[in-house]
Design a protein around this ligand. Sequence first.
Ligand code: SF4
Length: 226
Amino acid sequence: MPNPIDTLLESALSAPFCFGQVLVEKTTTECFVLSHRDDETMDRLQRFRCPEDAIEIAKYDDVGNYRPLKTAPNLRHGWRLELETLEDLRHALDYFYPGRLAVFAAWKSDKLRTTPLRETLDRQSGMYRVAAKISDSQVNDLVADFCRSNGGCLRTILWKRDADGAIASTKLPKDKFDPARDQATAANPPGSATPATAAIPATVPLLCQEACNLLVAECRKVVKGE
Ligand code: SF4
């Protein structure tokens, strides 16, 4: 039985597509070439050939800082990853953006369950239990700052603040909650290589179905006044 993610990728590969800041293209020899989407027209790129190379590429940003959040808009530039099979492509994309292909496949088949932030916070234990004490207005401000596409995170937020369906933050643009919108264009500062008005290949969204550990840690810091 074919892997459902491979099936999804095959249909997405009818044209070049972007997955976060990664541009995926199919060559005439049926291989795949991945690069930073802003490096599309650069010819002097460091060449890699194994899916596992994506682990190292994704580890540090352009100035050598560790990237704790793999969906932050700071993927380093200057590389080109050439892969021979669909399986290699699937592995590489999962190294760049762990778990995001599976979440996208679940969402496409209407099987994705999202978790409200309050539920995520309520199930924390140990030193993170206190994070649940964050107020709604503090959540509103924190999520607007920490999850914003411009400088924060490229995921599209699908979770709600609570079980009543309150929006995660009223301070984020509506596009941040729309899987049809390309978050990477919102992440680019004016004058960068991929302005919002440029011709953009099809985009496979990075979906956020529940608050990540980093946001939970930030909630704790707010409560503790750090
Ligand atoms: S909660 Fe989701 S959108 Fe916010 S920073 Fe974490 S992964 Fe990104």
